[in-house]
Design a binder for this molecule. Sequence first.
Ligand code: PXL
Length: 277
Amino acid sequence: MKKPKAPPTVLCINDLSGAGRCSLAVILPVLAVMGCQPVALPTLLLSTHTGGLGTPARLGCDEYGRAALRHYRELGLEIGCIYAGYLAGPAGLQLAGEAFSLWPTALKVLDPVMGDNGRYYTGMDGLTDGLRRLAGLADLVLPNLTEACFLTGRPYEEGVFTRESAREFARPLAGLCPSVVVTGLPMGKYVGCAGAGREEFVLKKPYAPQPCHGSGDLFAAVLIGGLLRGNALSAAADAAAEFVSTAITATPPDADPRLGLWFEPMLGRLAAPGTGR
Ligand code: PXL
């Protein structure tokens, strides 16, 4: 009998927020159901995310992160992909850079989590230069509109994008990293994503009435799962945007937006056909 192929291992460097449906709490189930083996490397433990749920309990993981990386290297763990997201501070930036250099052949993805709606998340305003440098070491970066503005130094404006202006907006980011997908571009009744660099594309999905916490993490995880299945970036981004859009529709309009998208009942849709998952 043919030996089953090991699922691709994804080192997920991100925070673990207990309540609020974001970061590792979203990323791990998505990648697992898509047939990957996620390895969680928390940058920070939080009782909730930092977006409007009061003052979360927090436990720094800087020392843990360094020790965990050492352990994985000693183990000879094969890492197929490194997905760095909320890095919490300078130590998290350093950790992600170290992981990138320890596994140079891994697919290196950076979601430069810093802010949304033109504003930085609490405590993330000092990380822009470091994230810009880290983007230069990644294969793919996934900023939202706000983060794209912070990375390029362009002013954040709440306008409506056309297909052409979305393409133009994303293009300069390809100077930072070989492949880029900018998310959360308002396009009238739609929200758009624009790819730049190796693959240029613009795609649109029905607009969310209000931004939801964790939607960027959900998008990135589904996109990475799609790439590791061998899909092209544009196809993986389209499937990810579709999943987020459906999760928005499945979330009751009167649900507390601070608690994120009700994606759990939809996880089965991400499983590969015939896997029994
Ligand atoms: O989903 C983005 C995110 C990740 N991690 C933490 C956050 C946020 C957004 O608010 O606070 C801790």
